[in-house]
Write a protein that binds this ligand. Structure first.
Ligand SMILES: *Cc1c(COP(=O)(O)O)cnc(C)c1O
Length: 427
């Protein structure tokens, strides 16, 4: 155990009303910002590896990793060095010109995914939009679907971002409420049910968009064989299979891509989050020649997509992923973590599930929801995040130390013992 980590543990507060400094910052954010987030009551100012600190100097172990954007830890020295060096050399060019970083990132992503062509973007939702545009155009120009009639099938409980088209595919009422009308040609089928997919396919279906494990939906792991059957169904009906690996990709689930668990190569993979090394928004669609041939100069673009700064940072992030062997580490630590958490013999806990370091603890709504659990973990010096009401998401940086993870596990066990005792007293 490092001294730093131990200090963090000792600093972990039981209760921490906001200090004046923190309250002032929270007040300003609430006064001047749109109210579309409800953050936990902690104001962060520093991060290094798996640890972050707040404006009052308290330290927290990050088991959330900014929804996997920080899969390689906060301010990884190697990625920061690449950022600084590239920023000093050449930052943004637009793609009106070639640059001397992007080609290497393309080559790297092609080698990693086994798919031949890359289209770079920034945020995840932008890459999903790009994939949907590609799929529709492929449907019309290559598959022969009548112009303007292409259909895309997604899954119930999906999360692919927040643009209008993408929320048009969402089944979460809050994500859609008031934001319509939505584009036509989008529908959903139950997640995990490949027969439902096959029934929903029509001659106008261009693509099936799916997360190999649903993240925001509550860390939902589909039944074994699901993705492989979907791939077979898509092939048989000449429907593109597009895997949204924005959150599950780059080692999160113990494989480089989560779709590798089922031995499939989709027609396109969407990457984001961790690809930016925890420093920048970097995303990409990596797809087959058949799909990517639909793009001609001028069809689609992005001012910042593929800029040399983003490319250099993404390559440094991929270097870290490879050199620190984080895919294997995620598999190994994840298996250990899920085993330890499965030991939470608490009747408050309904389920512990996940793959690699992508884990959800589902609590029983009859006793508690996830948010108070997350608040209580914060008070113990741990950042986690509730999702879907009853699921506590545990997704630390893939290079978290085993000691730190073990400490987190002991805190989680202690918290659930405490919650049990409180419930018993209240009964
Ligand atoms: C986070 C996420 C997105 C959206 O990414 P943004 O960068 O927030 O736009 C899309 N798909 C999945 C699976 C995600 O987890």
């Amino acid at each position: 155990m490092s001294n730093e980590s131990r200090a963090g543990r000792e600093a972990a507060p039981r209760n921490h009303p906001l200090s004046d400094v923190a309250a002032d910052l929270v007040g300003r954010e609430k006064a001047f910002g749109a109210n579309n987030y409800d953050p936990l009551p902690v104001v962060l100012t520093r991060g290094q590896g798996s640890w972050v600190s707040d404006v009052d100097g308290r330290r927290y172990l990050d088991l959330m990793s900014a929804y996997s954007a920080v899969s390689f830890g906060h301010s990884h020295p190697r990625i920061v060095a690449a950022l600084i060096a590239q920023a000093q050399q050449l930052g943004v060019t637009s793609r009106a010109y070639f640059n001397d970083e992007l080609p290497y990132l393309f080559e790297r992503l092609v080698r990693l995914t086994g798919l031949p062509r890359v289209l770079p973007a920034n945020g995840g939702a932008e890459a999903v939009e790009t994939a949907l545009k590609a799929a529709r155009k492929w449907g019309h120009k290559i598959k022969g679907i009548p112009e303007g009639r292409a259909e895309i099938i997604g899954c119930q409980g999906n999360f692919h971002g927040r643009t209008i088209a993408v929320i048009g595919l969402s089944t979460e009422p809050q994500y859609r409420d008031g934001f319509g009308p939505f584009p036509p040609g989008l529908s959903t089928v139950p997640y995990g049910d490949s027969d439902a997919l096959e029934r929903a396919i029509t001659p106008r279906t261009a693509a099936f968009l799916v997360e190999p494990i649903q993240g925001e939906g509550g860390i939902i792991v589909p039944p074994p064989g699901y993705l492989a059957r979907c791939a077979e169904i898509c092939r048989r009906h000449r429907v593109l299979l597009i895997c949204d690996e924005i959150q599950t990709g780059l080692g999160r689930t113990g494989r480089l891509l989560a779709c590798e668990h089922e031995g499939i190569t989709p027609d396109a993979v969407i990457l984001g989050k961790a690809l930016g090394g925890g420093l920048l928004p970097v995303s990409a669609v990596v797809g087959s020649d058949d799909l990517m041939q639909v793009f001609n100069p001028g069809d689609h673009g992005s001012t910042f997509g593929g800029n040399p700064l983003a490319a250099a940072v993404a390559m440094a992030a991929l270097d870290v992923l490879e050199e620190e062997k984080l895919v294997a580490r995620s598999a190994e630590l994840g298996e250990w973590l899920i085993g330890e958490l499965a030991d939470l013999k608490s009747h408050i806990v309904r389920d512990v599930r996940g793959r690699g370091l992508f884990v959800g603890i589902e609590v029983d709504a009859r006793y508690i929801t996830a948010r108070p659990v997350v608040d209580r973990l914060l008070a113990r010096g741990i950042l986690s995040k509730d999702t879907h009401g009853t699921v506590v998401r545990i997704a630390p940086p893939l290079n978290i130390s085993r000691d730190d993870l073990a400490w987190a596990v002991s805190q989680i066990h202690a918290l659930f013992r405490e919650l049990e005792a409180e419930l018993k007293r209240a009964a």
